[in-house]
Write a protein that binds this ligand. Structure first.
Ligand SMILES: *Cc1c(COP(=O)(O)O)cnc(C)c1O
Length: 515
């Protein structure tokens, strides 16, 4: 059987690449994104059968159907490593039902308590196995430095995923003073012998721009390859290896709901996803293509509502849009990169149309799709946005009604599901544990507006102590261990660097020349 190959959304690659090549490359030449040439289709029984397997087997089942150029037994082994005891429950992503037709998919049981663990626990194993294979075939002669700019969540999840992997180092840059106490401690206490964390003088944009300039500095990249046999890579959310693990839990959740007697086999299940880069919700769309009986996919936005406007009008316009800070920072995004994959699929894989739209986006800061594409988009998706005050109010309402505490990202999705749902049951993706965002959860529960002053004694608490206070007040004592122990962990990283190209490159070189 020949393996599945990967084509790119802008049609600029001369020939399709293998799974392992797509994984190690991340972005296609010419700026496009990789998608598999053929998408498998599962029968109803195959999907339902997932519920009788442990989660690692469910993931392996889906991956093997995509037919990558890795041995089936290796995939089994990697999934055992990925979805094992690094998660705090054997179920990996359990479902809590608020009522008979409202189901919350808890995607935050991994080591960093955010949904990015679902993919970033998995990607490094695939990345490493892929690099190893390419080395054996003589197609690769470097090790890797994963360089990540983060506004908080991604950096920690990437550090945990890549720590102690062979032939890979990881360095993370976060804005100095620009992350919460919990997020800072999560990164500064990071364990592992191949990791580095830098605070960058500046904001997230300075980190991201700095990282991009390092990636684009050809002379520096050549020097790294020649002097150190190191290549830079980014592992960001456009890598197919991050999307793939997310498809699994939509197929798997459907089967689980049926097994638990909460859903009739074959019934249509709507899905609501708090959306930023469009990765998580695109995964739900692929799960639907693969045969899961999913209905409308609700795209939930915060005040950065570019996706809501796009889905409702067909016009993606960021020319006049200000970037708004919200209590759900992981959804504060204007250019939602995975939409490119979605449009490629909805246009019947029309790379020419994608090239045109992406050119318009970079030159005119806007593009608009044709009527046919808009209709297809609206056949699968509906979208709404939630303002900051409503987001916080939803946290309080859900707690008072169901005695269930949610984080601000999940709150956006809960509210949008409430606004858009029909008679269908709905699965809501919960993407972070509340204790990652304790300050705003406290504000929500005490009717303090966003940015409003906390009482003096509360403001003086560490992130961990504030979480304990919330736990005492609400009776929700299930704070994940990784967050609860942060105050007692030694700080390992204290370096501050500047966001300039020179400063980052000096730091990179110092890190990789160290044994
Ligand atoms: C990354 C993230 C999101 C957004 O997911 P996308 O795949 O980028 O749409 C939502 N919530 C949390 C907590 C996240 O970390």
């Amino acid at each position: 059987m020949t393996t599945n190959l990967y084509i790119d959304t802008r049609g600029k690659h001369e020939h399709p690449v293998t799974f392992t090549e797509a994984l190690v490359k991340g972005l296609a030449d010419g700026g496009g994104l990789f998608v598999p040439e053929s998408i498998p289709h599962f029968t109803r029984n195959e999907i339902l059968s997932l519920a009788s397997m442990p989660y690692a087997k469910r993931a392996a089942f889906v991956y093997k159907a995509l037919n990558p150029d890795l041995d089936a037994s290796l995939i089994d082994e990697l999934m055992e490593k990925t979805y094992g005891d690094r998660f705090d429950t054997e179920e990996i992503c359990p479902i809590t039902s608020l009522d008979e037709t409202t189901h919350i998919l808890e995607l935050w049981h991994g080591p960093t308590s955010a949904f990015k663990d679902m993919a970033l626990q998995c990607l490094p194993h695939f990345f490493n196995a892929s690099a190893e294979k390419l080395r054996t075939e003589g197609k690769l002669d470097t090790s890797f430095l994963i360089l990540v700019a983060t506004s908080g969540d991604t950096g920690k999840a990437a550090l945990e995923g890549f720590k102690d992997q062979d032939n890979i180092r990881i360095a993370v840059m976060y804005p100095d003073g620009g992350v919460s106490d919990i997020q800072y401690k999560q990164m500064a206490t990071q364990e592992g012998n191949n990791v580095m964390v830098w605070a960058v003088g500046g904001n997230f944009d300075d980190c991201q721009t700095g990282a991009k300039r390092v990636f684009n500095d050809e002379a520096f990249n050549e020097k790294l390859a020649e002097s150190y046999h190191v290549a830079l890579s980014s592992a960001n959310s456009i890598n197919w290896g991050r999307l793939l693990p997310q498809i699994v839990y939509y197929l798997s959740s459907y089967a689980q709901l049926v097994k638990d007697g909460k859903l009739e086999a074959g019934a249509t299940l709507d899905v609501c996803v708090p959306t930023g880069n469009f990765g998580n919700i695109l995964a739900a769309w692929y799960a639907k293509q693969m045969g899961a009986p999913l209905g409308t996919l609700f795209c939930a936005s915060n005040e950065n509502r570019v996706l809501t406007d796009f889905i409702n009008t067909g016009v993606y316009d960021i020319s006049q849009r200000d970037f708004v800070l919200t209590p759900s920072p992981s959804m504060d995004i204007l250019v939602s990169s995975n939409m490119e994959r979605q449009l490629f699929e909805l246009t019947g894989r029309n790379a020419e149309a994608i090239r045109q739209w992406m050119d318009d986006l970079s030159q005119k800061k806007a593009f608009s799709v044709d009527e046919d594409t808009l209709q297809k988009l609206q056949a699968d998706f509906a979208s709404d946005s939630v303002d900051n005050a409503t987001c916080l109010k939803t946290i309080k309402d859900v707690f008072e009604t169901y005695h269930y505490l949610i984080d601000p990202h999940t709150a956006v999705a809960v509210k949008v599901a409430e606004n858009l749902r029909t008679e269908n049951p709905v699965l809501i993706a919960s993407t972070a544990h509340w204790a990652k965002f304790g300050e705003n959860v406290y504000r929500a529960l005490h009717d303090i507006e966003l940015g409003g002053q906390l009482p003096e004694d509360v403001a003086a608490l560490s992130g961990c102590d504030l979480n304990n206070k919330i736990a005492d007040e609400t009776g929700d004592h299930n704070i994940p261990e990784g967050l609860a122990k942060l105050d007692s962990m030694p700080i390992r990283f204290t370096d501050t660097i500047q966001g300039s190209l020179e400063s980052i490159e000096d730091a990179v070189q110092a890190f990789i020349s160290k044994e």
